[in-house]
Design a protein around this ligand. Structure first.
Ligand SMILES: Cc1ncc(COP(=O)(O)O)c(C=O)c1O
Length: 500
């Protein structure tokens, strides 16, 4: 392979970005400095074109890269910013779907990974290493603090794999393979996770899903699935759910045995991919009660909203509701070596219930992941993220409200901590406007938005039922100046894109 054309493209593209001249005024000491490329603009374009052609031949397009017409290359990152080969700077307001809560190239987290590489970079998961036990202990303590519940942790690698483990645990405990989940919920794309993810799009080409969940409407009050108004609905959606257990003919309940056909309800407290929808106060308390009274477990998927995204370590802490199982992933390692897992109540996961070999994956408690996760948890324990995230979130939401006042096309804004939403609509402020959201996404990546005399790009993520919601998950370390910049960039982007 050495010396082959592929090797040459790669070497030239990467090696020339490694000079040691940090950009000025783009990073704080918390984040690693970025190093600019030595290539000319023409050389960068040429290399990218060659790589794109190679990619089109050698990479599967089954992932999400080719949702974009022309996939984008980035070469550096630091703090809240990504950089491309032309040294264009992009403010990132989605941070890898909330996998990088502590900012890109966070020195402290990177150093934890580096020091683990020098100490114990790899170890078969059948043996123990200190960081695994210490990390599990910090997670167990966090659930004890947040929910006053005792339990244990089981690690895995990706979010969907942890969801699979949660499904196994539910099946083992209840003997049931049918689950409830929300319309608009997202739990991953393995077969088991797809079965509890509402989008048929992800299942369509893959045969029968006999264990497909029953999908219940989420309280999406801006577009109430029952056409009600929040101030007068009296949570009609929950009453509808409860009615499933009124008699045997709903297909969910046997009044004679007092048993449900369903083992668990998989929930996201705030829908992530579904468009950062925040449920009304009291909703989850009542839902949990309905489930508890019928022996249906509550599985809280914190993969996107966990690790202080919403101002609490576990987003469900906002809703005064105790989960039976918590699933986590993404930001646990700040986007470095992947690690995910489940926490479950002792009565579900005690060794006599979930014994050795119940589930396993080669990389499940990989030492680079556990060391990184441990450092992330220490950062959270030492900081006051409950306060700072709520304060920054309130500031950011205020800026979004200003955009809503200025642009009729912003139909709804909302947020909890730094999980924020901006719903793009037609001029009636309600009819979903996917074209506008798409245009904003694309235009942001062109890096030609001029604010304060500087050309910049903006990295956004679009989600929601109608793919018209800008879902904002900025770094928890975002500064107030960067939030002001975000406001100005979004303002400009909306102004430009609505011109058509
Ligand atoms: C709430 C939620 N659950 C599960 C997943 C799946 O995680 P992964 O992509 O790591 O498999 C995601 C990913 O976006 C998610 O947001």
């Amino acid at each position: 392979m050495a010396g082959s054309p592929r090797q040459v493209i790669w070497d030239v593209y990467i090696m020339t970005t490694s000079v040691q001249t940090p950009f000025a005024a783009t990073t704080s000491s918390m984040f690693a400095p970025v190093t600019p490329s030595q290539l000319s603009a023409e050389e960068v374009d040429k290399k990218e074109q060659e790589l794109l052609e190679l990619e089109s031949r050698v990479c599967s397009q089954g992932d999400t890269v080719h949702y974009a017409e022309r996939p984008k290359f980035f070469t550096h990152c630091s703090g809240s910013y990504l950089y491309d080969g032309h040294e264009n700077q992009y403010l990132d307001l989605q941070m890898w779907y909330s996998a990088v809560n502590l900012g890109y190239a966070n020195q402290r987290i990177n150093n934890a990974l580096k020091s683990q590489i020098d100490r114990l970079p790899q170890l078969a998961c059948q043996y123990l290493h200190p960081e695994k036990v210490e990390l599990a202990s910090m997670i167990v303590d966090s659930v004890q603090n947040g929910f006053n519940q005792t339990g244990r942790v089981h690690f895995n690698v990706g979010g969907a794999q942890a969801v699979e483990d949660a499904l196994k645990l539910v099946r083992k405990h209840t003997g049931k393979s049918r689950m409830f989940a929300f319309q608009g919920g997202y739990h991953g794309r393995t077969l088991g996770a797809s079965a509890i993810t509402s989008s048929y799009r992800y299942r369509e080409a893959y045969g029968e899903f006999g264990d497909r969940a029953e999908f219940v409407p989420f309280p999406y009050c801006f577009r109430c699935p029952l056409g009600k108004k929040p101030d007068s609905c009296e949570m009609a959606c929950l009453n509808e759910f409860e009615a499933k257990f009124e008699h045997e003919y709903t297909g969910a309940w046997n009044p004679k045995t007092g048993k449900s056909e369903f083992g668990a309800f998989f929930v996201e407290s705030i829908q992530g991919t579904g468009g950062y929808i925040i449920p009304p106060k009291g909703y989850f308390e009542k839902l949990a009660k309905i489930c508890r009274e019928r022996g249906i477990l509550l599985v809280d998927d914190e993969i996107q909203m966990g690790f202080f995204r919403t101002g609490k370590l576990w987003s469900m802490e906002h809703f005064n509701t105790k989960p039976d199982i918590i699933v986590f992933g993404k930001a646990l390692t700040n986007g470095l070596n992947p690690l995910s897992g489940i926490w479950a109540k002792e009565e579900l996961i005690s060794p006599d219930k979930f014994g050795p070999g119940s589930t396993h994956s080669t990389f499940s408690s990989n030492s680079l992941g556990t060391a990184t996760g441990l450092e992330v948890m220490k950062v959270f324990a030492e900081g006051d993220y409950e306060t700072t995230v709520m304060e920054k979130g309130a500031y950011f939401l205020n800026l979004l409200q200003d955009l809503k006042k200025k642009h009729k096309e912003v139909g709804d804004v909302d947020g909890l901590g730094l999980a924020l939403r901006m719903e793009m609509c037609q001029a009636d402020s309600f009819t979903p406007n996917r074209a506008l959201a798409d245009a904003m996404f694309q235009r942001g990546l062109e890096a030609d938005l001029v604010v304060n005399g500087k050309k910049m790009g903006l990295v956004l993520d679009i989600g929601g039922y109608y793919k018209n919601v800008v879902t904002l998950a900025p770094s928890l370390e975002i500064t107030y100046e960067e939030m002001d910049l975000a406001h100005d960039l979004l303002d400009l982007l909306i102004t430009e894109c609505k011109k058509g």
